[in-house]
Ligand binder design. Sequence first.
Ligand code: NDP
Length: 328
Amino acid sequence: ARAWHLERRPDGMPTADDFALRDIPATALADGQVRVRNLWLSVDPYMRGRMNDAKSYAAPFALGEPMGGGAVGEVIESRSDMLAVGDRVLHMGGWRDEAVLPAREAQKLPAIDAPAQAFLGQLGMPGMTAYFGLLHVAEAKPGETVFVSAAAGAVGSTVVQIAKAKGMTVIGSAGGAAKCDWVRSLGADQVIDYKGEGSVARQLSAAAPEGIDVYFDNVGGDHLDAAFATARQGARFAICGMIDIYNSGAPTQLRYIARTIAARIRMQGFLVSDWMGQAPAFYADMATWMAEGKLQRQETVVEGLEHMPEAFLGLFSGRNTGKMLVKL
Ligand code: NDP
């Protein structure tokens, strides 16, 4: 079996030399363990933070050690009563083709009729982030106007569709005409191409002349500033991610942040891991919306373990529409 190892800690944008694909020693299973042949591997923006040697919500990857992350695979050997050969499972032993782990750390795929890889995207961690962030953290209500950045990504495209299913007005932002067309096809009322003409602030105020009630932040930077400039009284900001600074760490100039005071804006950062206990509500609502034809899904698939770092780095240049995945 082979796994990607963290070779050195990047300074700024990672490069191919920061990763090394190496053989991992074959191990016999201990009691309670399973061997999983991975079929799909997830790359996610939060993994960039784990490449730094800094204390954060997810422990840093150790130098010279295999990396990990979300994966879906098939049990090929089992020394546990909990899982049998042939079971399809979701687990955190990614960045490799084969994983050995305790059966209790692998979850059978939920009983929703969807392709296995959907449980790494819209029906998995990114989908839950969209659902709990929008409905519980931002407390977005029917009739309100929601602005979401990185709207053509895994989390953002799901925010757009949940907001529409709930009767909200949605403004999405994405980079480039093709992505903007896709976000519009998901039901967004207005779409901003942040790589196109005019500042985000100017484009947002044109798209939302009455202002926004909710901002779902995936980007930070000028998108966050535009949301401050446009926020209505009592607006709520769910701070989900700030991909604009993951590779720079440079402070962003926020010209309009003082509007937090007069507009009584409530900003709340959140981690999806705090909401896992409420996963059944998420699965139930998503299954209903799927059955009603209200959820579409797109994936950008990179084939082959050897191309995984490219897939990961592609997140920071917008190579993906919908969820970025590696297929083995
Ligand atoms: P995406 O599928 O959205 O992929 C990242 C996208 O971000 C790219 O496709 C690109 O789209 C956009 N992007 C990259 N760099 C920039 C930039 N400098 N400015 C503007 N847009 C940029 O990833 P996810 O859906 O997995 O994650 C989205 C966000 O949610 C991230 O910030 C992530 O860290 C966060 N997150 C937070 C969680 C939590 O618990 N708080 C859990 C999961 C995710 P484009 O071409 O449009 O630029």
